[in-house]
Design a protein around this ligand. Structure first.
Ligand SMILES: NC(=O)c1ccc[n+]([C@@H]2O[C@H](COP(=O)([O-])OP(=O)(O)OC[C@H]3O[C@@H](n4cnc5c(N)ncnc54)[C@H](O)[C@@H]3O)[C@@H](O)[C@H]2O)c1
Length: 382
């Protein structure tokens, strides 16, 4: 199953690490550590192989992918020997990247994205193309009546004003081109009723939101533990220090608010109440792509005895995110091939703020994911 992976934000850290990783896996140069679709519970014939993945994408900047890969290697995000070894393949991916359209109104820019996606699918003889948003986090958009009605949205897109944030413009283009859409960011993406209607009309699946790779991953393991032991969490405060492009974007208060919102939801929904405390994100340029999260949790046990736990997480964000981008592309492609459409709630395991999902506990999400993958494989096993 030849599968296109179209990365929005294709020259960013997560995208570049995903492409270098995908090419290195295809060449057998590295082990699939961190790719959950390579675990025995999820692996199987329904998923496209790494050799079946063809990369392309859009970005607003033109920095060559080889330069981005060199910079990530220099920063210790990926091994320099791998960046060197895949350099010829990286040049082929470079040829498939397109500048984010800038000419005309939003309707015309979306039409240009649709043309790029269609041309990519045809040129490479792909069975399908999964669009994955890994672009810089956007602030939440101002509400607009066209967001909740597809006919009104189609009409509004013929006018001169932008009605959709860029992530939703890409979702609109993906669905129009017949492509499933995955949002790895906290941006709005496909999370608008008008876009859900478009996906339903085109019978396409979509997934999101916001990859779960660090502090929130730990919360989704630890919060259920407190809940299951009937311990009362009094406060949960976290400080995240990060650099890199994502850190710089999140220095903007509006983008920061979008991210912090998706990080706290897991506590309220898992515990059934919101303990005191906040999650903070601070940009420290020096840290580059390596993130430190410090969390302090205070809780009460039997007879009200107060206790506390603290943890420190030092993660390389792009190295944690990239294998999940590959997993999501493979699973979403398989779901599309199986005729699934609408929100893929079974992929909640991957997200901080999962679409339409009922729970945030990692263990339960894992069970749902395993059954989902088993169903996909059973369909193609003779
Ligand atoms: N790394 C992780 O662990 C992790 C986890 C969850 C979510 N995310 C999200 O993934 C996204 C990417 O993170 P990153 O570290 O690669 O950031 P980055 O800043 O390195 O890359 C973002 C890329 O998006 C491009 N871009 C911005 N606006 C665009 C547009 N309108 N169209 C096309 N491209 C555009 C930028 O030019 C840049 O190349 C962020 O939104 C981040 O919040 C990352």
């Amino acid at each position: 199953m030849r599968t296109g992976v179209w990365l929005v934000g294709a020259r960013g850290s997560v995208a570049t690490t995903s492409v270098v990783g995908g090419l290195a896996l295809r060449a057998g140069l590295t082990a699939p550590t961190g790719c959950v679709t390579e675990l025995p519970d999820l692996r199987g014939p329904a998923l496209p192989g790494f050799a079946d993945l063809v990369f392309g994408g859009h970005d607003v900047v033109a920095t060559p992918l080889t330069k981005r890969a060199e910079a990530l290697a220099a920063a210790g995000v990926l091994p320099a020997r791998l960046a060197d070894a895949v350099a010829p393949d990286l040049a082929a991916v470079e040829a498939a990247l397109r500048p984010a359209p800038t000419e005309g109104g939003q309707g015309e820019r979306i039409a240009a994205v649709v043309r790029d996606l269609t041309e990519f699918r045809t040129r490479h003889g792909l069975d399908r193309v999964v669009v994955v948003n890994v672009a810089a986090t956007e602030p939440a958009p101002a509400p607009h009546p066209a967001h909740s009605d597809l006919a009104a949205l189609r009409d509004a897109l013929t006018g001169p004003a932008d009605v959709l944030p860029p992530s939703s413009g890409y979702a609109y283009a993906a669905f129009t081109a017949g492509c499933p859409y995955v949002d790895f960011t906290p941006s709005t993406g496909a999370r608008l009723p008008a876009l859900a209607a478009l996906a339903a009309e085109r019978e396409l699946p979509y997934a999101g939101h916001d990859g779960k790779t660090g502090e929130t991953l730990l919360k989704s393991v630890l919060a259920p533990m407190f809940a299951m032991r009937h311990l009362a969490v009094r406060s949960w405060s976290g400080t995240n220090l990060l650099g890199g492009g994502d850190g710089a974007t999140l220095a903007d208060p509006a983008a920061n608010a979008a991210k912090v919102g998706s990080k706290q939801r897991v506590l309220a929904e898992t515990l059934g109440y919101l303990p005191q405390g906040h999650t903070r994100i601070e940009y420290v340029e020096e840290l580059g792509d390596f993130k430190t999260a410090w969390d302090l949790v205070t809780f009460a046990g039997f007879l009200g005895t107060g206790m506390r736990m603290e943890f420190t997480w030092h993660g390389c964000d792009s190295a944690l995110a990239a294998p999940l981008v590959l997993d999501l592309a493979r699973l979403t492609a398989a779901a599309h091939a199986a005729g699934r459409h609408g929100p893929l709630t079974e992929l909640a395991f991957f997200f901080k703020d999962p679409l339409g999902a009922t729970g945030h506990a990692l263990g339960e999400q894992w069970t749902v994911l395993r059954e989902f993958a088993a169903g996909l494989h059973a369909r193609v096993t003779p």
